[in-house]
Write a protein that binds this ligand. Structure first.
Ligand code: IPD
Ligand code: CA
Length: 256
């Protein structure tokens, strides 16, 4: 089989941006309206707007790039031999959205033969577009950003994700106990992609979560690495599931 021709990363990112802006408009319009819950468990909610937004994103990406693969929280099979694969989280921070907390985002990344080459995280409430292309740095609304230089744990803000199972919630509490007295502040903000983007922008210093899906973090990881930060992803038993330790690259974590 012949390899399809390369697409410039700037073209991939431009389409992703157009798509994220449209998805962001849809989500913003829905914010504060009645939420249609499709599925709920103790620590998670899935809503109708997740699926609608995923469909909009898929349509826009596939109209621009027919034949590309899409892997997403709300469906999409992912790569089946295609060179390019999009990794999409239509609403990261669904529980925040559903409860009326304006902290959530759209996350879109593109992989070329398994390597993430373009990614963006868009916060539609603050109109903040975090974006990166491989080897080109990271940007917030077009302005270059970099991770903080804090190297002393006593000065860091660490965000901890509780994940979605009773087991990970309990394990995460051990991290609170350990890092609480040793850090400046701990946070649990409820949108993994924004945690990564915030480290990239130097707003916080680190983020740990003991069970995260690839669509939560694919775009944020590239943005953070391009901003000088570091991401350690350790695969877990389930498909697309990882343990993540992300930081400005200057901090050590004895417990994760
Ligand atoms: C969740 C959020 C949350 C994180 C969970 C994710 P969702 O994504 O990113 O911060 O703790 O692990 O699954 O369900 O809101 O898209
Ligand atoms: Ca998510």
């Amino acid at each position: 089989m012949t390899t399809p021709p390369s697409i410039p990363h700037s073209v991939l990112l431009a389409v992703a941006e157009r798509t994220a802006l449209a998805a962001g408009r849809l989500i913003r319009e829905g914010f504060g309206q009645e939420v249609v819950v499709k599925e709920s468990t103790q620590h998670d909610i899935k809503i109708e707007l997740d699926s609608l937004t995923q469909r909009l994103i898929e349509k826009m990406l596939l109209d621009a790039f027919p034949g590309h693969a899409i892997l997403g929280e709300e469906g999409g099979e992912g790569t089946t031999g295609q060179r390019y694969e999009w990794i999409v989280d239509p609403i990261d921070g669904t529980v925040n959205f559903s409860y009326g907390i304006p902290h959530f985002c759209v996350s879109i990344a593109c992989r070329d033969r398994g390597e993430t080459v373009a990614g963006l995280v868009f916060d539609p409430m603050r109109e903040e577009m975090f974006a990166a292309m491989k080897g080109q740095g990271a940007f917030l609304n077009g302005k270059k950003i970099s991770a903080s230089s804090r190297s002393d744990m006593s000065e860091m803000i660490l965000s901890l994700g509780f994940s979605k199972s009773g087991e990970t919630v309990k394990k995460c509490l051990e991290l609170y106990q350990y890092y609480g007295p040793r850090s400046r502040k701990l946070r649990a903000m409820g949108a993994a992609a924004l945690d990564l983007a915030y480290i990239a922008a130097g707003r916080i210093d680190a983020y740990i979560e003991q069970g995260i899906k690839i669509w939560d973090v694919a775009a944020g990881n590239l943005i953070l690495e391009e901003a000088g930060g570091k991401v350690v992803l350790t695969p877990l038993k389930d498909k697309h599931h990882y343990h993540i330790v992300a930081s400005n690259g200057r901090l050590e974590f004895p417990l994760t």
